[in-house]
Design a protein around this ligand. Structure first.
Ligand SMILES: Nc1ncnc2c1ncn2[C@@H]1O[C@H](COP(=O)(O)OP(=O)(O)O)[C@@H](O)[C@H]1O
Ligand SMILES: [Mg+2]
Length: 268
């Protein structure tokens, strides 16, 4: 594959001039192929995708199809082999692993993000308290990470991501390790936070119902290489329940398409 000029731009222009939260244009990514000296494995092939300001997009695909690779490129953690990626400012990230500092309290973890953002010392504590309240963890300020349940840790991780005051939140299977009921509650919280803040969200998952429950738009990635196979606009009004008929119906349709993708590419 030829490598063309690659640009990663974190737009700093006047906000009114920016019509996207993220703009991915003709992005491909290859890695050295394991066991084939000099060979390359094409993981993402010609991905073009916009996330509009305030939009909630889920990126859905089988495991190994390149979802995390794409999210890392949007995050600027890695460079595409071809194509360009632009984001409206620096995005905030949230992963399956909460990545909180265990020696700091919940509040201090959030304050650290505030400090890195340049928030003045006297303003940090009230802002951390406000963010904890936003994720419904009022009173958890002084708790250490080991005192918190898995769901509570992800709430703190969300509050810390929000502390960065980014316009785009990138989430990589953030609730995948949680039990179904906790996950369901956190879906509702995330939807509420998204509605209250007006953030743009790009959320990666392999869980079809999760994708449908959360998104305004579901983008399905194919496997080997990852390409955009299809996308669906989800018009079901929020709040949605995972067991709603309309959610189940669309999930069934998307699952069928995903099965086709997996059948085409095997080895899953
Ligand atoms: N840094 C890397 N070096 C080599 N191969 C990688 C690297 N990152 C990901 N891959 C490969 O890219 C493919 C897609 O991985 P990934 O994006 O993690 O998939 P997903 O998140 O959809 O499960 C896998 O085959 C993986 O082995
Ligand atoms: Mg992944």
């Amino acid at each position: 594959m030829t490598t063309v000029a690659t640009t990663i731009t974190q737009a700093t222009e006047d906000a009114t001039a920016v019509t996207y939260a993220a703009r991915v244009e003709h992005v491909s990514k290859s890695f050295p192929a394991p066991g084939a000296p000099g060979g390359r494995q094409l993981v993402l092939d010609d991905i073009t995708l916009d996330v509009a300001p305030g939009e909630f997009v889920t990126l859905l695909g089988a495991s190994g199809c390149g979802k995390s690779t794409l999210l890392n490129l949007v995050a600027g953690l890695d460079l595409p082999s071809a194509g360009s990626i632009r984001t409206d400012g620096r995005p905030a990230l949230m992963f399956q692993e909460h990545a909180l500092f265990p020696w700091l309290t919940a509040g201090r973890n959030i304050e650290l993000a505030l400090r890195l953002r340049g928030v003045a010392r006297p303003d940090r504590r009230p802002e951390a308290e406000r963010l904890l309240e936003l994720v419904r963890l009022k009173g958890a300020y002084g708790k250490r990470v080991h005192e918190l349940s898995g769901g509570m840790r992800q709430r703190v991780a969300l509050a810390r991501a929000l502390a960065q005051d980014s316009r785009l939140l990138l989430m990589d299977e953030p609730f995948a390790a949680l039990d179904a009921i906790t996950r369901d509650v956190l879906h509702d919280e995330l939807t509420r936070v998204w509605q209250e803040t007006g953030l743009s969200v790009l959320f990666v998952t392999h869980n079809v119902r999760e994708a449908v429950k959360l998104a305004q738009r579901v983008v399905l990635l194919s496997s080997r290489p990852g390409r955009i196979a299809r996308e669906w606009t989800v018009g079901i009004p929020q709040p949605r329940r995972i067991e709603d008929g309309a959610v189940a119906e669309l999930s069934a349709e998307i699952t069928e398409e995903l099965r086709e993708e997996i059948r085409r590419h095997g080895r899953h």
